[in-house]
Design a protein around this ligand. Sequence first.
Ligand code: SF4
Length: 248
Amino acid sequence: MSEKKLKVIYRPRGPAREYAEYALNPYKGCTHGCIYCYNNGRFGPKGDFFARSRPRDIIEAVEHDCQTLQGEFGIHCPEIHLTFLGDAYQPAELHFELTRKIIKIFIKYDLPFTILTKSPYILRDVDLLGPYKRFRAGFSFTTIDQAEANEWEPGTMPIESRISALRQFARFDKLIWISLEPVMRIESTIRVIHELKTLPDFYWIGALNHSSPPEPINKYHARERIGAALQQHNCQYKFKNSFNFSLG
Ligand code: SF4
């Protein structure tokens, strides 16, 4: 379908395309303030992206795009991913309820979608997301160590609350996927896997490419060790292209 038919739902490019054929970003800006955030500095001075969450005035456009996608693809519409530009459940969402409004539109048009978040606030919408069959819950983890999370993701809620939210979605028999991206420390990523085991249905693993991790990571060894941990628990997983390497 020509992208020109859509107003705000779009086809991602580059590494984002590995996750999703279509995406939507309700917010510009993100108060989670992750030190590895790809968006920090893309739209203005460094730090500006973290300063506040700007809700986008997109509800009418989302309605238009969902109607268009439904008309074009019907039941075969590809999954729509939220988000690549600011967590859909950062604290501002409790005030604006923009993500919630968008979810209602997706459900109205019977479209498949997924939300990738670091926030337990996703539980607020469990009344909508729990019963809806065409939703997959995504949770992002770099660590389960609170000290590391404080350093790497200083604006997020306690890591235990993220795990608890994931467990609650698992009870709803939802499909759940995990983004282990970026790998900051191999050991930290492996600890996440040993904690969550097969609670999620699928793991994606991605490297940190646009800045330096706290300690150098050899991609070959990272793939070996992280892959072994996932295989130990019989997990389904895929390394993103960012983990490709050349033996020279
Ligand atoms: S949650 Fe995502 S968008 Fe928000 S600061 Fe962290 S990496 Fe950036």
